[in-house]
Design a protein around this ligand. Structure first.
Ligand SMILES: NC(=O)c1ccc[n+]([C@@H]2O[C@H](COP(=O)([O-])OP(=O)(O)OC[C@H]3O[C@@H](n4cnc5c(N)ncnc54)[C@H](OP(=O)(O)O)[C@@H]3O)[C@@H](O)[C@H]2O)c1
Length: 306
């Protein structure tokens, strides 16, 4: 498919979706964009994207719409909405996405997985995670802070497809790793998101400041230990043995990165706390494990949402 993918649909042109759309378009793919808010879509149509000071003209995109009926069939669909918007996004994109060869998600948390699986089946669904930090400063202005790494999970049913999608992403400038263990990939990302995101949201600190502040760094490490304990008991080992250290170091380098949970709180939107923290809390409960830090972080973030 690496050679036959010519046309990609991005569902959700936010920080990650906008970045993906721009990279695919700059690499010569035909890119359609499907969004929700007509005002935001009109702005993207008028101005394109500004990414780290460079303009990506809207002329680079084939279609920029809120209605799928105005777009044509792509071979590849990327779901880039927040987890809590997945059901509506799937409904919105379904007439085209059901005909696509593959549907890819780089969303955080675990709640989007059953929704996408039910809609498209496991065979053509590719789950991935991205170690990218990006902030949407406005509907057309994205700050790509750090990170080019994308992990895709392969399983018996999608092996060839994953390789082909990896080639499309590599051609567009991303560093792609294909992992054989979907659960391990997803939970390793959850380890980062379930610890760092709520602490940043509560402290209102950018990621680098969370990692550099001795009190918050201590809380971060202890929260990761809680999650690692749950993962270990479930037989899930983080992708890298150095992951805890790597997470802290990665955050230290993300200067000024307002993580997406904090972005949501600041914008008065719901957060992805349910998608990110609830799976960990549920597994801990099943194991009969106490998770005082995680429980409180979840409670506080839900309180802030209100
Ligand atoms: N940002 C990061 O650094 C980062 C890093 C790794 C992973 N992620 C994950 O990637 C996912 C996307 O995050 P993000 O930060 O890119 O979010 P975001 O900036 O809030 O963008 C979400 C986009 O989805 C659109 N949308 C919402 N409902 C939709 C629908 N029904 N149909 C079509 N589009 C819809 C939104 O449109 P509107 O314009 O109407 O709001 C917005 O353009 C999340 O799961 C996040 O956790 C983010």
């Amino acid at each position: 498919m690496g050679e036959v993918v010519k046309h990609i649909l991005i569902v959700g042109p936010g920080a990650i979706g906008g970045l993906m759309a721009a990279c695919f378009a700059n690499s010569g793919f035909k890119v359609d964009i499907l969004g929700k808010n007509p005002r935001h879509i009109a702005q993207i149509r008028q101005r394109g994207f500004m990414i780290n000071g460079s303009t990506v003209s809207s002329r680079k995109f084939h279609g920029i719409e809120t209605q799928v009926s105005r777009l044509s069939s792509p071979e590849l669909v990327f779901f880039c909405t927040k987890s809590y918007d997945t059901t509506r996004a799937v409904r919105n994109a379904f007439p085209l996405a059901r005909k696509a060869k593959a549907v890819v998600s780089l969303q955080n948390g675990l709640c989007h997985i059953p929704i996408l699986s039910r809609a498209f089946g496991r065979k053509k669904m590719i789950l991935g995670v991205c170690y990218i930090a990006a902030t949407r400063l406005s509907p057309t202005h994205i700050r790509h802070v750090i990170g080019h790494s994308i992990q895709l999970a392969s399983h018996a049913q999608n092996k060839r497809l994953v390789g082909e999608i990896g080639a499309v992403l590599t051609r567009s400038g991303w560093k792609v790793h294909i992992l054989p263990d979907e659960r391990r990939m997803l939970w390793t990302k959850l380890l980062l998101n379930a610890s760092a995101n709520p602490i940043a949201a509560l402290s209102q600190y950018p990621n680098d400041q969370v990692a550099k502040n001795p009190v918050l760094r201590d809380l971060l490490v202890k929260t990761m230990d809680e999650i690692l304990g749950i993962m270990r008991r479930a037989g899930i080992h983080p992708v890298s043995r150095l992951h805890k250290k790597a997470i802290v170091e990665g955050m230290e380098k993300s200067t000024g990165q307002i993580n997406s949970m904090l972005q949501d709180i600041q914008a008065g939107r719901p957060t992805e706390a349910d998608a990110i923290l609830l799976p960990v809390l549920r597994l801990a409960k099943k194991q009969g494990q106490k998770t005082p830090l995680l429980e409180n972080l979840y409670r506080f973030v839900k309180g802030l949402e209100k």
